[in-house]
Design a protein around this ligand. Structure first.
Ligand code: ADP
Length: 697
């Protein structure tokens, strides 16, 4: 524990190097922060809640722990098999294994998590986002077990849990909702009649929906029945509840949400808006605060509506009321509509923390410990601008397919106005079991443009080698003219997909060449001149005293074979790029399994050498047969034959990995295997005999 308590920006994060952030006012100047510091100065949170269990993983678990530890709480982690070595597990004071990788056998097992909480004496459970965070039964079960659930009362979660009931509730609280039908009649003809009345385009939404599933836009009456069927099917499969609602599709839609906060004394305030209009498949990609084009009048109207919606369900803690705004004429006080309320902390909460100077997790814990909100609406003010980008392990060039695997290199940005919330580290792994988010990068500045410029620069400094990422795509978004000018709605990404690089792109030959050069030079250095062929001129390393003519050198880049023309001289190897103008470029080369990962301009390729000599080793041995030897010192990857096997000339016998390259050893002639030595995984010395082949019979 360090000396000073109080609301400070969440200190340092997992792999974050710095948190320099808030422009404008300093902590000491803000009456809000001074007030909260006084409240918390007594150490009241940890006196009431001495320990916390986070029923979550990754960056959010770490994020919550950092604040909890600062407040003097004991941190308890639960983890699945896949997260055994994760940073949040190491960070915690104690950690408990709760099951296999699959979430439904670990992070979604409320009973098991509560049992761990009881056994470890956890005073409270923070659910993070996703998993059990909006599960009212889990909130009830915590309470029944005598553990504080860091979130709203179960009744508020239930009331806002289904989109239809939530809309009805909002309507009752005089909060504007999107015109449409959210009743119980699910008859096709009836729903179509309602859609006709609303006027196309309409949006069909699963009432139990989330994550954009079960949502279909319908352009006209003729498409309605098919779209309904497909939405219902998706809803049934995803949520076990096929019910839908139908509403007007808002044109030029902007997603603007309001962060609300309540305490258990009936006080509710809002912490301003976040604009999350940059979306892909209805999922947020970039979030910012304040919303471009927001006026004091619209902010007050939206803020009040959000506070009313929260009050209507007796809300306590952190929540978000999402609105859809018709952005055709900018943001207007009479053109925004309630969509739903998320009864938890959101992924994008850091942008609100950045512009308000508050630590929302600290506030959550304060309220959960029975504290009153230490400020009123009038105390709150916005400082500067903040933008968050979600760095994902996915491949924009291949339809944003999730990408997994080891993080061979991970360099996250740092610098003035940059905050990074991450849950992974270099050497760790992005697994297929959970959301493939690598980190959230949050940039702030005195103005929106300054924040966007910082974010673009930060993304330029980001290096991820291993899984494919959306780094380049995010950077291009920050640089996109329309977005920078504040002219965008939720279809901005779809409209500009190609310009943003979300399309198949040609191989970056120069980058691949840089990788190939490294591999060739490494190979040359490591392979002694008296190589395994005994013929220096046949060697792949190409050491020579005078410049050699260029030779075709096959390599693979992400599995695609490319033939480069390489040339050796006394200076080393160079690649002839066929007249491509030479450019100074920053390229990062990361040695990885059997190859090198080349990262250039936020794109990466995995480059491997292809053995130019088809390994066809022949050599007499004492028995008068033929022996196949390891071409270099390396590792036996596979052995395909055993003594007694009949083989044909050219047949694959074994694979040896050496010099980041797989060497396939093939049979030099027909015959019968007389000897096959070594277990896969074993080290083999250069020249070691692996397989011997004798005559049949
Ligand atoms: P989910 O809970 O599945 O994420 P939401 O109701 O939060 O679904 O909507 C997700 C996104 O879909 C919104 O951010 C917005 O971009 C779009 N959307 C939702 N309702 C409408 C509407 N009536 N008109 C236009 N777009 C909408």
């Amino acid at each position: 524990m360090t000396g000073r308590r109080g609301i400070v920006p969440p200190a340092s994060h997992a792999v974050s190097r710095t948190y320099a952030g808030r422009p404008g006012k300093t902590k000491a100047e803000s009456p809000v922060i001074t007030g909260l510091m006084n409240v918390l100065a007594s150490g009241s949170v940890s006196a009431v809640l001495p320990s916390i269990l986070v029923a979550n993983r990754g960056e959010i678990a770490l994020r919550v722990f950092r604040t909890a530890r600062r407040l003097g709480m004991r941190c308890i982690a639960v983890y699945s098999e896949a997260d055994r070595d994760a940073p949040f597990v190491r960070f915690a004071d104690e950690a408990h294994h709760i099951g296999p990788a699959a979430a439904r056998e670990s992070y979604l097992l409320g009973d098991r998590i509560i049992a761990v909480a009881k056994a470890s004496g956890a005073a409270c459970i923070h659910p993070g986002y996703g998993f059990l965070s909006e599960n009212a039964d889990f909130a009830d079960a915590c309470k029944a077990a005598g553990i504080v659930f860091v979130g709203p009362p179960a009744s508020a979660i239930r009331a806002m849990g289904l989109k239809d009931a939530a809309k009805a509730l909002a309507e009752k609280a005089s909060v504007p909702v999107v015109p449409g039908y959210h009743g119980s009649n699910q008859d096709v003809a009836f729903l179509k009649g309602e859609a006709d009345k609303i006027g196309y385009p309409v949006l069909i939404k699963a009432v139990a929906g989330g994550g954009g599933k079960g949502m279909k836009r319908v352009e006209g009456a003729a498409e309605f029945a098919d779209a309904l069927e497909s939405a219902q099917r998706e809803a049934r499969n995803s949520f076990g509840d096929a019910r839908v609602l139908v509403e007007k599709y808002v044109l030029s839609p902007r997603h603007v949400e309001i962060q609300v906060f309540g305490d258990s004394y009936g006080n509710v305030v809002h912490l301003f808006e976040r604009d999350c209009s940059l979306q892909r498949r209805h999922q947020k990609v970039i979030e910012e605060a304040p919303a471009p084009g927001m006026t004091a009048e619209v902010r007050a109207a939206m803020g009040n509506a959000a506070v009313e919606a929260a009050k209507a369900v007796g809300y306590v803690g952190a929540g978000t009321v999402e609105f859809i705004a018709d952005g055709r004429d900018g943001l207007r006080a009479d053109r925004f509509y309630f969509m739903e309320m998320n009864t938890r902390l959101q992924v994008e909460h850091p942008v609100t923390e950045t512009i308000t100077g508050l630590d929302l997790v600290e506030l959550q814990l304060h309220v959960a410990a029975g504290g009153k909100l230490p400020f009123t609406q009038g105390d709150l003010a916005i400082c500067g601008h903040a933008v968050e980008a979600r760095l994902y392990a996915e491949d924009p060039e291949r339809g944003f397919l999730p990408s997994t695997g080891k993080l061979w290199a991970l360099h996250l940005p740092e610098g003035e106005g940059i905050r990074v919330d991450a849950g992974v580290e270099e050497g760790g792994e992005v697994t297929p079991f959970y959301d493939p988010m690598i980190a959230k990068i949050i940039a702030s500045g005195a103005t929106r443009i300054e924040a966007l410029d910082r974010l673009a620069a930060a993304l330029g400094d980001t290096i991820v080698a291993g899984p494919k990422t959306n780094t380049r795509f995010l950077k291009k978004l920050c640089e996109a003219e329309g977005f920078r000018a504040g002219q965008f709605d939720t279809s901005f990404i779809d409209r500009h997909a190609e310009a943003l690089g979300a399309a198949a792109l040609p191989v970056d030959q120069a980058a691949v060449a840089a990788g190939a050069i490294l591999l060739l030079e490494e190979q040359a250095q490591a392979a002694p001149r008296t190589g395994w062929t005994d013929d220096p001129w046949a060697m792949a390393d190409g050491f020579a005293l005078s410049p050699q003519p260029s030779v075709p050198t096959p390599v693979t880049a992400d599995g695609e074979t490319i033939t480069l023309r390489t040339r050796w001289s006394s200076d080393g190897v160079s690649v002839d790029l066929g007249g491509e103008p030479h450019q100074e470029r920053e390229v990062t080369l990361v040695m990885a399994d059997e190859g090198v990962i080349v990262v250039a301009d936020g794109r990466q390729s995995w480059v491997r050498l292809v053995d130019p000599l088809s390994v066809d080793l022949e050599g007499g041995d004492a028995a008068g047969g033929s022996s196949v030897k390891a071409p270099m010192h390396g590792k036996l990857i596979a052995l395909f034959v055993k003594p007694g096997d009949r083989v044909e000339k050219g047949q694959r016998l074994a694979i040896v990995e050496a010099m980041k390259m797989e060497h396939v050893l093939t049979a030099p002639r027909d015959g019968v295997v007389s000897e096959a030595v070594g277990e896969p995984g074993a080290q083999v010395a250069q020249g070691a005999r692996i397989v011997s082949i004798g005559d049949a019979g």
